[in-house]
Design a protein around this ligand. Structure first.
Ligand code: NAD
Length: 433
């Protein structure tokens, strides 16, 4: 029997401020709500439904109805391989009638009470608000990275993470390399390279989608649809994508940088629909022990593409992409067997739902998720200002770039000039404090 539940509106819901729901056996239904029904949300919901547990999707929430409709259709596909790499279907695990599809900025408030596990996959600007609410309501959580876009958001997530620990809520963050066999095997053997003295991390590729402005859209709707290019929503690509690589270095180092300095700008991606973000960043992150991470991320077509991490120690090197460890002369000391690689996106959910079903408290990823998010924000602040930016000062700055009001007729925090272009940071000129 499920603990601490009440029957309301025909489905079981957890009372507000309850302790987490745990489950004693595979027969008990674990109810899931999806907040943010875009590409990743649809994938994450599918992965939750593909676990061995008795999982049901019971509520969906999104700022836009068309996104719910497309996610619902994809999840109900007769053959999931039409849009994912997975054969089969999960349609008998979807129980989301129209009255449990919620639309708008407040949709999350209506969906969260209806489930035991909440999937948070909106653009990251909303993550602190959504995470706080899910924790307040005593839910287990899968949330995507990054978990905020500004220092104030990071602080909110850190505070809610403490609360989640007290309530023993399992929280998995979609920094999936932590759930990937090759990274786990390399991590186990990291002492083979001695003390880590430097590291490199790359996320260099062509860039991502653009959703051009459409006639009739308010400024808020436009920015919400084209969210990648606005910092309050996305955090710039150093935060939105490169966080994965930066986080690996933090993980293997067992800590976070104390300061950063770097350079960046926008060279080719600088149209009106490219908002305010840079297309390249190069950052030196300094750790307390004097070691340095050289990090680069670039969204520029026809340049060298590379997404990877490399750690150099006093006795050897760890090449994450190749899955091997060498001595300083290049002799291979360990090679991960690529045949044993897993799909970490699925493993995240397999492990989370197995723990919940067994009544185990095993995952508390939010604090690291917040601190790796902060690391990437530190890099953005460094490239935007061209100054040395200190961790403590930035984290405690109270910097908050979110809108005052969340409504489609409200003004977002950044607006275009009369020429239709958005203000962009200028190193040496831009200052935050
Ligand atoms: N771990 C990974 O490898 C990985 C891969 C892809 C995306 N992601 C992360 O997943 C998140 C979503 O990315 P995506 O590619 O799915 O984007 P997306 O645009 O496809 O989906 C985001 C969805 O959230 C909705 N949304 C926006 N604001 C909302 C709000 N306030 N309330 C409810 N819904 C809202 C949007 O309408 C959209 O449907 C991002 O944080 C991204 O970094 C992670």
């Amino acid at each position: 029997m499920k603990q601490g539940t009440i029957l309301a509106g025909g489905i079981l819901t957890a009372p507000l401020f309850a302790k987490a729901n745990y489950f004693s056996g595979a027969d008990t239904v674990i109810k899931v709500a999806l907040i943010g029904c875009g590409g990743r949300g649809t994938g994450a919901a599918m992965q939750a439904l593909l676990t061995k547990q008795n999982v049901k999707l019971v509520a969906m929430a999104d700022a836009f109805k068309d996104r719910i409709d497309s996610a619902y259709k994809q999840l109900n596909a007769d053959d999931l391989s039409d849009w994912s790499g997975v054969k089969g279907n999960v349609k008998n695990k979807i129980d989301v009638p129209a009255e449990r599809m919620f639309v708008g900025f407040d949709a999350y408030q209506k969906a969260i009470p209806l489930a035991d596990v909440i999937i948070l996959t909106t653009p990251p600007g909303f993550r602190p608000i959504h995470f706080e609410e899910a924790v307040k309501q005593g839910k287990h959580i899968f949330m995507e990275k990054p978990v905020a876009t500004d220092p104030n958001g990071v602080m909110r997530v850190l505070k809610a993470a403490e609360e989640a620990k007290k309530k023993k809520l399992n929280v998995v963050v979609g920094l999936q390399r932590h759930y990937q066999n090759s990274y786990r095997e390399l991590f186990k053997r990291k002492d083979q390279i001695g003390e880590i003295v430097s590291a490199q991390a790359w996320w260099n590729n062509d860039g991502v989608w653009v959703n051009p402005r459409k006639e009739g859209q308010t400024e808020m709707e436009y920015q919400m649809r084209n969210w990648y290019y606005f910092n309050w929503l996305c955090g710039d690509h150093i935060t939105e994508q490169h966080i994965h690589n930066i986080d690996v270095i933090n993980w293997f180092k067992g800590g976070y940088p104390v300061k950063a300095q770097g350079m960046g700008g926008r060279q080719v991606r600088k149209g009106k629909d490219h908002g305010e973000i840079f297309d390249h960043h190069y950052v030196e992150f300094h750790y307390a022990d004097g070691s340095i991470l050289n990090s680069q991320c670039r969204h520029i077509p026809k340049t060298m593409a590379k997404v990877d991490e490399l750690l150099t120690g006093t006795k050897g090197k760890i090449f994450c992409g190749a899955g091997n460890i060498t001595d300083l002369k290049g002799k291979v000391l360990y090679q991960f067997d690529q045949k044993t690689e897993n799909n970490p996106y699925q493993t995240e959910h397999d492990e989370l739902f197995a723990a919940i079903a067994k009544g185990e408290y095993k995952y508390a990823d939010a604090e690291n998720g917040a601190k790796s998010t902060m690391t990437s924000i530190l890099g953005r602040l460094a490239t935007y200002t061209g100054q040395v930016v200190e961790w403590d000062k930035a984290l405690n700055s109270g910097m908050d770039i979110q809108p005052k009001t969340y409504a489609f007729d409200a003004a977002p925090p950044i607006l275009p000039g009369a020429d239709g272009y958005y203000p962009v940071a200028v190193p040496g000129v831009t200052k935050y404090w």
